[in-house]
Design a protein around this ligand. Structure first.
Ligand code: CMX
Length: 467
């Protein structure tokens, strides 16, 4: 479409908007409330959008299809991120390596068999597998940076325990911007070429401080006494487990190493990764950018799904009992769909096969907790839900995603406060978002500013084309 056609469409759209607002003005005489008036307008606009998509959805609009404007930008090639790439069938690869490959290649803790997230961060940033000495140095560096400013501790201590842990997490991360090296350097007039350096320092501080934030939230909300100090001779995951009060369970510490590694990054387009990149593109520092990521991760269609899965499983157990038959489980799944709800932990915007992150957690469960009744229920659900979703015929991917499994593993070790689960996802996601922010500043990634259009403009453009 030519730029002249676009301009004329936009002008027409403005004229239509004015005409619409005139109509709004005339209806306001009826003393309707704003909400009542809106409720009247919504059904017609839903039909308008449906009709526009039916008529023009498959038509090219500049470089994209009209449907992609309405459809959450699914599949739209729009971002660059080298750290990880998601294949619809094969799942995630971190710098070209699959999950089993990184489990094999990355350095482990002494006596451990799961990869250290320190190594994953090195890999995301450099594309290289670090040595044991390099990951140990990273653990020590993070331990040295781990303390929180006292005002951030106070913010957390003042949060009511009823405030969701993800909101507390986001508040604390945002407040860390007080000491941002990037914000300070920018105020002092740093050259663009140097942006990546203070961004790197902020990213390292951000990751380093997350165990103290997560541990403090956990103990404030659920009890568990005073936070222990970070041990500079231990790895990041051990320290996180220790701050949560679970370091006496070596398998839980191993689970944290696996958990952080596989949840760290999932290419650039998911809500948390993309939000971090978008906000960072305004040169907001890494604390502000990652705080925004966390707010996206806290949505039930994204990271909060790990909490929702456990809640759903527990509700199912209370309705149909433990050790229920396949038929009873199937009926419960159908009742969820018929109530207009999603089955949490199933489906994905990109994946079209079982998520390899689900499989990695399943392998862990088979090794460490094969007899756990909740694990058995998760397996039973895995055998039933895809068939139901296929029969229902809406979901493009009927297979489980990462969130279908993680809560069961945490619960097994006694971390059964479901609304804390997404905080652990958030700690992990910092590794991916932080590495992306560093590279974006190094490569001079520009301000993100896609263009939005009105439905009127779309209709006008294609009317003009056929006229
Ligand atoms: N249960 C019921 N319906 C589902 C479904 C599920 N698990 N997955 C998709 N659908 C529905 C969608 O709601 C949509 O319905 P409408 O046409 O009425 O809007 C339809 O199937 C088509 O959706 P889709 O193209 O297959 O999936 P999307 O890309 O729109 O959404 C996702 C992807 C993950 C949001 C969706 O599958 C979902 O809601 N799953 C459950 C929540 C969940 O597990 N989220 C975690 C994802 C992983 C993560 O980010 O952590």
């Amino acid at each position: 479409m030519s730029s002249a056609a676009l301009r004329s469409a936009v002008q027409q759209s403005r004229r239509s908007a004015l005409a619409r607002s005139a109509r709004f003005a005339s209806t306001s005489a009826k003393a309707q409330t704003l909400k009542e008036r809106l409720a009247e307008l919504i059904p017609a606009e839903i039909e308008n959008v449906k009709a526009t998509r039916a008529e023009h959805g498959k038509k090219s609009f500049g470089p994209v299809l009209v449907d992609q404007l309405y459809g959450g930008m699914r599949g739209l090639p729009a971002l660059i991120w080298d750290g990880s790439v998601l294949d619809a069938d094969e799942g995630i690869r971190f710098r070209g390596k699959s999950i089993p490959e990184i489990q094999q290649a990355l350095p482990k803790a002494p006596g451990g068999s799961e990869p250290l997230p320190e190594g994953l961060f090195w890999l995301l940033l450099t594309g290289e597998i670090p040595t044991q000495e390099q990951v140990t140095a990273l653990s020590k560096d993070w331990a040295a940076r781990s303390s929180l400013p006292s005002f951030v501790e106070e913010i957390l201590d003042r949060c009511p325990p009823t405030l969701h842990p993800m909101s507390q997490f986001s508040l604390a991360v945002t407040a860390l911007n007080h000491d941002s090296a990037f914000a300070k350097a920018y105020q002092q007039g740093i050259s663009k070429k140097e942006y990546w350096q203070p961004t790197f320092e902020d990213a390292m501080d951000l990751i380093a401080k997350l165990p103290n934030i997560a541990g403090r939230i956990y103990r404030n909300v659920y009890g568990g006494g005073k936070l222990p100090a970070i041990d500079a001779d231990k790895d990041y995951s051990y320290n996180l487990a220790n701050l949560l009060g679970f370091a006496d369970k070596p398998d839980f510490v191993e689970l944290m190493r696996l958990y952080i590694t596989i949840h760290s990054d999932h290419e650039g387009g998911n809500v948390s990764a993309h939000t971090g990149k978008l906000v960072g593109s305004a040169l907001s520092d890494p604390f502000l950018a990652f705080g925004a990521s966390l707010n996206g991760l806290a949505g039930p269609l994204h990271g909060l799904a790990n909490q929702e899965v456990l809640i759903w499983l527990r509700k199912m157990q209370s309705k149909i009992g433990e050790n229920a038959s396949d038929d009873a489980v199937r009926e419960y799944v159908w009742s969820t769909l018929k109530a207009g709800q999603v089955v949490p932990g199933y489906g994905h915007a990109v994946l079209r096969k079982t998520d390899p992150r689900y499989m990695a957690q399943r392998e862990f469960a088979l090794k460490h907790l094969p007899e756990n009744p909740l694990f058995k229920l998760v397996n039973q659900v895995y055998n039933i839900v895809p068939g139901v979703l296929l029969e229902a015929g809406k979901a493009k991917n009927p297979w489980p995603n990462v969130d279908a499994h993680s809560g069961v593993l945490l619960t097994h070790y006694g971390l059964n406060q479901m609304n804390f689960y997404t905080v652990l996802f958030g700690v992990s996601r910092a590794f991916g978002v932080a590495s992306q922010l560093i590279w974006d500043r190094a490569l001079g990634a520009p301000l993100e500013r896609p263009k939005s259009y009105s439905t009127e403009a779309i209709k006008k453009i294609f009317k003009d084309k056929t006229a």
